[in-house]
Design a protein around this ligand. Sequence first.
Ligand code: SAM
Length: 239
Amino acid sequence: MTWRATVLTLFPEMFPGPLGLSLAGRALEAGLWSCRTEDLRQHGLGRHRAVDDTPFGGGAGMVIRPDVADAAIKAADVPADVPVVYLTPRGRPLTQQTVRRYAQGPGVMLLCGRFEGVDERVLQARGVEEVSIGDYVLSGGETAALVLLDACVRLLPGVMGSEESGVEESFSEGLLEYPHYTRPAMWEGRAVPEILLSGNHAAIAAWRRGQAEETTRERRPDLWSAWLARKETNRAVAV
Ligand code: SAM
């Protein structure tokens, strides 16, 4: 079954963009996923097809009108079980868990904001999920939509080969991944850690686990605390 991405945007020419290449591009060609766009401008009002207006209450910038966004949502005509997602810095942070949920479903409809964003009422009225790709502000939702789609598409069945397996990567277990090394074994006076040349698979797995834990503890105290809490809960359940 084809996983369907529908993108509501003022810049349809940005899709599939980089996702037409490499892994996602090959999957697109193979029909494992599809990428449709709905041009918000086509639903704009008047001779100039206006999609935005000034914010009630004053302030800088413009806001995408609810009637325009809604007309685009309706025209896209996706099945009711497809989640509608608005990319916004105000959203819940995108996590691998959320990506997995989207990838396991029939597809996603992504609403890309511009200007100051989208009128709140259409988000509420249409049960839109709000998702952020990080604590910084982009000029538009299109690059965020590409990030979300990339993360989902690589998880679709048949997209990744065994050489790109997602089983052991960052976040798969709640930890960041261990560091990687390849040839040459010595580079600029820096040697590959001895253990990786030992052929002792159990020792290598233990070393990698230690490295993953250490990196997560140092760089991501939030993930580390969650990991420790989960370990504690599992231990309590096992006792
Ligand atoms: N006024 C908004 C705010 O302060 O939250 C920022 C608007 S931004 C200039 C324009 C659009 O870019 C947003 O409507 C959203 O669709 C997108 N965008 C910006 N940063 C984003 C982020 N971190 N994650 C997801 N989408 C983002």
